[in-house]
Design a protein around this ligand. Structure first.
Ligand code: SF4
Length: 446
C-alpha cells in the first residue's frame, strides 16, 4: 500500500484533532500522504463530533458531497470516525450505501486491519467495540500538526455523565494511560522539536483516579515539565469540581506550566448546575476561580457556557450574566443548548424556544466581547514571551505566536524565530489578538 492519498476532515474538539493526528500517523506508516483535494484521494475519512447540535445531519450531508467521487472511482474508500460513528454504527452504513467503514474513537489503533478488510476483502466494516482498559500501544508518538507544539492524550472517556453530554456514551468510561507511556510520548515529541505540550483528557483532574494509573495529575504535569526540551506545559479540560488545591498551587511552583486555566462552568445558576449534574455550586466554582486570581493576578481564565438549558428562567440567565461580570473571564466559549439524542437532558421538560436561546447567547457574547477587549487592552505596554508558530495568516510579513496565557500575538521579526520563545512588548489590543514589537535584546525589562 504505497503512494496513496488520504483526505481527512475533522469536526469538533481538540480531542478529535488529536485523534485525527493519530490516524494520520498510522496512515503514514501505511504509505498514505495527506491531500487537501478529495477528488485525488484514495481514502476519505470524516472524523465527526456529536457534542454540538445537528451532528448527524452534518455527517450525512458531508458523505453526500463525496458520493460522485465514489461513482467515478469505485476503489475509493469512504469512512466515518469519531463520536457520530460510535453512536450511529451500523445505521450509518445502512443509510449511506457509498460508505465503506465506520469506526469509533476507541478503534483508531485498528485502522490498518479495518482498511485491509475494506480494500482487500471488499468488506463494509463497523468497528465500535469499547473497552474498560487502555493499552499504551494504542497511542505512541504522533506527528504533530506544527513543529513547535503538540497535544498528548493522557486518558480516554468520562465517568461524569453530565445530563446534556454524549461523551461518556461515545468515548466510553474513563480510563487513564500509564505515566511512563505518556512521558515517553512527550519525550519523543520534544526530541522532534516540540517545545509546548498540551495534556488532553475530558476530565484531566481525575487522571489516575481509582488506582487506574501510577501518578496523580499534578505529578504527571511535573514529569512532563521535566522532559528535556519542553518549555511549556498546558492541559485541557479541567472539571471545576475535581480541580485540587495541589494543582492550583502547582502554578506557583512550576514555571513551565502556562498561565492559563480553562475551567468550564456552563451556567451561573445553582438550579441549572444541579440539573446539568455538574457537581458544584456557583459559590464553589467562584471560590476556586478567586483563589487562582488571588494567587496569580496575571493568569488567563477561560470558560464554556451553555445558554437556554431546559428550564432556564430569566432569573437563571441573570445568574449566569452576574457570574460573567463578576469573574471577568478572558474568554468564554458559549453555545445554545441543543439536545443530544440519548442524553438525559434531551428528555427534560422546559426546552427553550430558539429565539429565547439566541437572544440570550447574543447578550452573553456582546457582554463578553467587551470584557475580552478590556482584558486584552490591559496588556498593552507589558512584556510577553511568545512561542512563535510561523507567519501570521492575515499578514504574512509578520510572525504569529501565543503567549503563556494563550493569546495570539502578531509582530515583525525574522522568520528564523519560528519555533522559539521570543520577547515581545504588546503595543495594540484587538478582540481576538494582540500586536507587539519584538525585543531582540535578552537584557530587556519592561
Ligand atoms: S465532564 Fe461532563 S461535559 Fe465534560 S465530557 Fe464528561 S460528561 Fe461531558
Amino acid at each position: 500500500m504505497t503512494g496513496k492519498l488520504v483526505f481527512l476532515e475533522t469536526f469538533g474538539c481538540q480531542m478529535n484533532d488529536n485523534d485525527s493526528l493519530r490516524m494520520l500517523s498510522i496512515l503514514k506508516d501505511l504509505g498514505y500522504s495527506r491531500t487537501d483535494a478529495p477528488e485525488r484521494a484514495d481514502l476519505i475519512i470524516i472524523n465527526t463530533c456529536s457534542v454540538r447540535g445537528k451532528a448527524e445531519h452534518k455527517v450525512y450531508s458531508t458523505i453526500g458531497r463525496f458520493r460522485p467521487l465514489k461513482r467515478e472511482k469505485p476503489s475509493l474508500i469512504i469512512g466515518v470516525s469519531g463520536c457520530v460513528a460510535q453512536q450511529e454504527g451500523e445505521r450509518l452504513l445502512k443509510r449511506s450505501p457509498y460508505l465503506d467503514i465506520v469506526f469509533g474513537p476507541q478503534n483508531i489503533h485498528r485502522l490498518k486491519e479495518i482498511l485491509s478488510a475494506a480494500s482487500i476483502g471488499k468488506e463494509r466494516v463497523v468497528a465500535t467495540a469499547q473497552s474498560l482498559t487502555i493499552d499504551d500501544s494504542e497511542y505512541g508518538r504522533i506527528t504533530p500538526a506544527s513543529g513547535e507544539k503538540a497535544s498528548v492524550s493522557i486518558m480516554r472517556g468520562c465517568d461524569n455523565f453530565c445530563s446534556y453530554c454524549i461523551v461518556p456514551y461515545t468515548r466510553g468510561r474513563e480510563v487513564s494511560r500509564s505515566s511512563a507511556g505518556i512521558i515517553r510520548e512527550v519525550a519523543a515529541l520534544a526530541s522532534s522539536g516540540v517545545r509546548e505540550v498540551t495534556l488532553l483528557g475530558q476530565n484531566v483532574n481525575s487522571y489516575g483516579a481509582g488506582g487506574k494509573a501510577d501518578a496523580t495529575f499534578p505529578e504527571l504535569l511535573r514529569m512532563a515539565a521535566g522532559v528535556e526540551g519542553i518549555e511549556r506545559v498546558r492541559f485541557i479540560t479541567s472539571h471545576p469540581r475535581d480541580i485540587s488545591e495541589e494543582l492550583i498551587y502547582l502554578f506557583g511552583e512550576e514555571p513551565k506550566l502556562c498561565r492559563h486555566i480553562h475551567l468550564p462552568v456552563q451556567s451561573g445558576s445553582d438550579a441549572i448546575l444541579e440539573r446539568m449534574g455538574r457537581g458544584y455550586t456557583k459559590k464553589e466554582y467562584m471560590s476556586k476561580v478567586s483563589l487562582f486570581k488571588k494567587l496569580y493576578p496575571d493568569i488567563s481564565v477561560t470558560t464554556d457556557m451553555i445558554v437556554g438549558f431546559p428550564g432556564e428562567t430569566e432569573g437563571d440567565f441573570k445568574d449566569t450574566m452576574d457570574l460573567i461580570n463578576e469573574v471577568r473571564f478572558d474568554n468564554v466559549f458559549s453555545f445554545m443548548y441543543s439536545p443530544r439524542p440519548g442524553t438525559l437532558a434531551a428528555g427534560f421538560a422546559g426546552q427553550a424556544a430558539l429565539d429565547v436561546k439566541s437572544e440570550r447567547l447574543h447578550v452573553l457574547q456582546e457582554t463578553q466581547r467587551g470584557i475580552t477587549e478590556e482584558r486584552n487592552r490591559a496588556l498593552v505596554g507589558r512584556r510577553a514571551e511568545v512561542l512563535v508558530e510561523g507567519e501570521s495568516k492575515a499578514r504574512p510579513e509578520e510572525l504569529s505566536g501565543r503567549t503563556s496565557c494563550n493569546r495570539i500575538v502578531n509582530f515583525q521579526a525574522p522568520k528564523a524565530l519560528t519555533g522559539t520563545l521570543a520577547d515581545v512588548i504588546i503595543t495594540d489590543a484587538f478582540p481576538n489578538s494582540l500586536r507587539g514589537v519584538y525585543q531582540d535584546s535578552p537584557s530587556f525589562t519592561a
